[in-house]
Design a protein around this ligand. Structure first.
Ligand SMILES: Cc1cc2nc3c(=O)[nH]c(=O)nc-3n(C[C@H](O)[C@H](O)[C@H](O)COP(=O)(O)OP(=O)(O)OC[C@H]3O[C@@H](n4cnc5c(N)ncnc54)[C@H](O)[C@@H]3O)c2cc1C
Length: 409
């Protein structure tokens, strides 16, 4: 089967690449490993698809080569992304309180549906359940061998994503093939992922979601501090702030560093304010036990744990002194738990790692090693923060690569 372009991977980057190259007159086939394309896109933004971000720059990405991502973001402007989606019939709007972008219908499945309609309009073939075994270049043509077939094309785009979320198609088969071919790869690590801990009190806190300021320390050195949702679970911690923090500590965890998460349970209050609030609440005549007394300011589950952490003796309002109050304040502002690991690829939204960027030309995403071979999306060693930046990069890299191919004779 001969085509101008073979795209391996029918995800966000692969589908957009297929549309742009076929609009440029190229015959295109997309080879997809699964029975369905774009499973991550369907699941994105909890089904609402945070499709991009109106305020994007290189600092929104984890990448050793900031110039690389800067070049791509300079070449593909926000208007280009709007134009592309408008051209397939999709309107994009900003989120309510920030710069996140969403399809107007707030539906990820609509995004996939419209992408598929456009691919159909341009007669792009999608071949499902194609497990790629190898590919090679011979006589200026790429030969892609799958379990059952052989495909031939002049150009090849690899858009197979990352190993994150294997239930949604994530795997590292292609990275292993590229590794065998001599490509330099940063080993992928799970990111935007919950964190595991064996903190003694997790069982009693499980299910509690709070607005906290969480600070991660790597081997005793402060790494990152993020304010936002934190969810206590039986295995550790989750929530949006924790997913964000995972991006900063996943590498350190893989290198066996000691990670401590210090949680400020009441970030709206300074230590002094909290001390005064607590001191003013002491009523020696009332004589409440400390856990009940703390429930006036903290969630009962936390009040219970803090009272255990502060003293092994049964305390009540009548025997609270300045030293004990200081300890209570300290525990509330520094609720420390050790982090042992991430929850792994199974629960990760993305992976940090992939093909090192020095092997790719950012102006067109073409491999500097193999001519007419292109890389798009998450397979590249560029990872965005939460907020639409990963899909944003998938679109940008796809637009750059496929526009370049489309312009070729
Ligand atoms: C639950 C979840 C929610 C997310 N929400 C958001 C969000 O709201 N906003 C955001 O910006 N990002 C989000 N992301 C991240 C985003 O979905 C990915 O970064 C993006 O989909 C990457 O696009 P891609 O085309 O590179 O890879 P993918 O979309 O993963 O597509 C890769 C495709 O290649 C196929 N494939 C893999 N290996 C092979 C092979 N060897 N041969 C053939 N085909 C293969 C896969 O089956 C898949 O269809 C989310 C991720 C998850 C898991």
């Amino acid at each position: 089967m001969k085509r101008d372009l073979i795209i391996i991977g029918g995800g966000a980057a692969g589908l957009v690449s297929g549309i742009i190259a076929s609009r440029g007159g190229k015959s295109v086939v997309i080879l997809e490993k699964g029975k369905k394309v774009a499973k991550k896109l369907y699941a994105s933004g909890n089904g609402k698809c945070n499709i991009g971000n109106a305020k994007v720059d290189k600092d929104n990405y984890f990448c050793n080569d900031k110039e690389f991502i800067d070049t791509i973001l300079t070449n593909v402007k926000l208007e280009n992304i709007y134009q592309f989606f408008h051209s397939i019939g999709l309107e994009i709007i900003k989120g309510d309180n920030d710069n996140r972008l969403f399809p107007m219908a707030k539906s990820a499945s609509v995004v996939v549906e419209l992408l598929l309609c456009e691919l159909k309009r341009y007669n792009v073939t999608i071949e499902y359940e194609q497990n790629i075994i190898s590919f090679k270049k011979s006589k200026q043509r790429y030969e892609v061998i799958t379990d059952t077939k052989k495909y031939i094309s002049k150009h090849l785009i690899i858009a197979t994503g990352s190993p994150a979320s294997p239930n949604l198609g994530g795997n590292s088969n292609m990275l292993n093939i590229l590794l065998d071919m001599g490509y330099d790869i940063t080993p992928p690590l799970p990111a935007l992922v919950p964190l595991k801990s064996s903190f003694k009190w997790l069982k009693s806190l499980a299910g509690l979601k709070i607005d906290a300021k969480s600070t991660a320390y790597i081997d005793g050195v402060e790494s990152i501090s993020i304010r936002g949702d934190l969810l206590f679970t039986e295995y550790g911690v989750s929530g949006l702030a924790i997913l964000d923090i995972s991006l900063y500590i996943t590498k350190a965890l893989s290198e066996y560093s000691y990670i401590k998460l210090s949680i400020d349970l009441l970030p709206n209050y300074s230590k002094k304010q909290l001390f005064n609030i607590l001191q003013n609440r002491i009523d020696k005549n009332r004589n409440l036990t400390i856990d009940i007394w703390l429930k006036g300011v903290l969630h009962p589950k936390l009040a219970n744990v803090i009272s255990h952490l502060v003293s092994k003796e049964v305390l009540n309002e009548s025997n609270l002194n300045r030293k004990l109050l200081n300890r209570i304040v300290y525990q509330i502002k520094h609720f420390d738990i050790d982090i042992e690991d991430t929850r792994g690829f199974k629960y990760a939204e993305v992976a940090i790692g992939g093909i090192k960027t020095y092997q790719i030309d950012p102006k067109n995403m073409e491999s500097k090693i193999d001519k007419d071979l292109y890389f798009c999306g998450e397979i590249v060693d560029i990872t965005g923060k939460r907020g639409g930046y990963n899909l944003h990069f998938a679109w940008c890299s796809a637009i750059v690569a496929s526009s370049h191919i489309a312009k070729k004779c």
